[in-house]
Design a binder for this molecule. Structure first.
Ligand SMILES: Cc1ncc(COP(=O)(O)O)c(C=O)c1O
Length: 391
């Protein structure tokens, strides 16, 4: 499927000349590391003793009963630091260390990737700088304190719409001016090659575990696997183990925000056009002149106008079905999950749940849903903006 950094026509390495050398170094180091038993052993220990893997495959009994299906949550919310992002951050941080680079830079939207990178940096004794849009800093203030406490410098980005895409642009700009002294830990399955492949592989542990757990716990593969899509890392992580199992339907859920008929959404595959952004070719939300459109989502982590190249390809070949849900549907799904399962999901993950709640399935249908993170980070925002709906 993938050749030379491309997934079909998507992907590639569209970067300034200054980064050609550093990208080549990252790729070389990554390929060597993945064949080095010591590196893999360290990663394995991190999974087990630092992140707390394997994460459970949890039977959501009350929702299952209500919907007449079997709904399982892959509990990435139980990972150390509260989301799947740590699986990737620790992998890339170890890679940087192996390359002799001790300054990590990262972008963050919801703050989860920033926290994961700051955590990995603290553990491995490295310096860390996190770029974060000013709007997201306001939405996720608690996470900013956590990053600072972990020793990271958080740089507020006041450009564009002050969200994830602007933080990513700023982190890339910083990397261009410090190409050899820092390592850019990209937080989703986006960016120039080899990042989409590397992030997918560091996140593939989710799918590998989930597939094994399905076979152990209920003796067969599920009918469907569902995950939310920002840049696409939690989704590609869980999908990767099931792509060859053609009996398993795969569904990615994007943010329809205030509705696809408005300008306030982030449903990239559903409404985007092909273009180049942040180093790779992918579906993008653009206006008629090809300018990147402002996006909106209730969840900072999905508020991004692009999506990883592998997802674009999987959409074109119709292996994954990409759908979208609105903010309103997400709040309802959030509330329902908290009240019926005693689990507070991240607003990102609540997108996947909202899709299940609005769909109809045959009785006894089995779904594995990637619960990518926990919602503690979203509580301030929800109580500020949606108190009546969630209390
Ligand atoms: C909990 C959680 N889920 C999902 C996402 C979306 O990212 P991705 O599509 O890369 O998994 C984020 C991003 O911040 C997140 O924090």
């Amino acid at each position: 499927m993938k050749s030379n950094g491309y997934y079909g026509e998507y992907g590639g390495k569209f970067m300034p000349e200054t980064l050609a050398g550093p990208l080549e170094n990252v790729e070389k180091a990554y390929r060597q590391a993945m064949k080095d038993p010591d590196f893999l052993e360290d990663l394995n220990k991190d999974h087990k003793f630092f992140i707390g893997r394997e994460t459970p495959l949890y039977y959501a009994q009350n929702l299952s009963q209500e919907l007449g299906i079997h709904l399982y949550f892959k509990r990435e919310d139980l990972c150390h630091t509260g989301a799947h992002k740590i699986n990737n951050a620790i992998g890339q941080a170890r890679l940087a260390k192996r390359m002799g680079i001790d300054h990590l830079i990262a972008e963050t939207g919801a703050g989860q990737h920033g926290i994961a990178t700051a955590t990995a940096a603290a553990k491995l004794g490295m310096k860390c700088t996190v770029f974060m849009g000013f709007s997201d800093i306001k939405r996720q203030a608690h996470n900013v304190d956590r990053m600072r406490m972990l020793g990271a410098t958080v740089i507020a980005v006041e450009k564009g719409s002050n969200v994830l895409k602007d933080a990513t642009s700023e982190a890339l700009r910083y990397w261009v001016s410090h190409p050899t002294s820092c390592f850019y830990v990209i937080g989703s399955a986006i960016g120039p090659a080899p990042y989409p492949e590397m992030v997918r592989n560091f996140q593939s542990i989710i799918g590998t575990e989930a597939r094994k757990q399905c076979l152990n716990q209920f003796g067969t593969l599920p009918d469907e696997v569902i995950a939310c899509i920002g840049g696409g890392s939690n989704a590609i992580g869980i999908f990767s183990a099931f792509i060859e199992d053609t009996s398993v339907k795969l569904t990615g859920v994007e943010a329809a925000g205030k509705g696809l008929h408005t300008d306030f959404h982030a449903a990239t595959i559903t409404s985007g056009k092909v273009g180049v952004f942040h180093g790779s070719k992918m579906y993008l939300l653009q206006d008629e002149n090809g300018q990147i459109k402002e996006t909106h989502s209730i969840s900072a982590g999905l508020d991004y106008p692009g999506v990883g190249p592998e997802h674009c390809y999987l959409n074109d070949i119709k292996r994954v079905d990409y759908r979208s849900v609105t903010d309103k549907e997400v709040i309802e799904a959030f509330r329902k999950t908290v009240r019926s399962e005693g689990i507070i999901p991240a607003l990102e993950s609540a997108h996947a749940i909202a899709h299940v709640l609005k769909s109809t399935y045959p009785k006894g249908y089995t779904i594995v849903l990637n619960l990518s993170g926990r919602g503690d980070k979203d509580l301030d925002q929800l109580l500020r903006e949606h108190k009546e709906e969630v209390l």
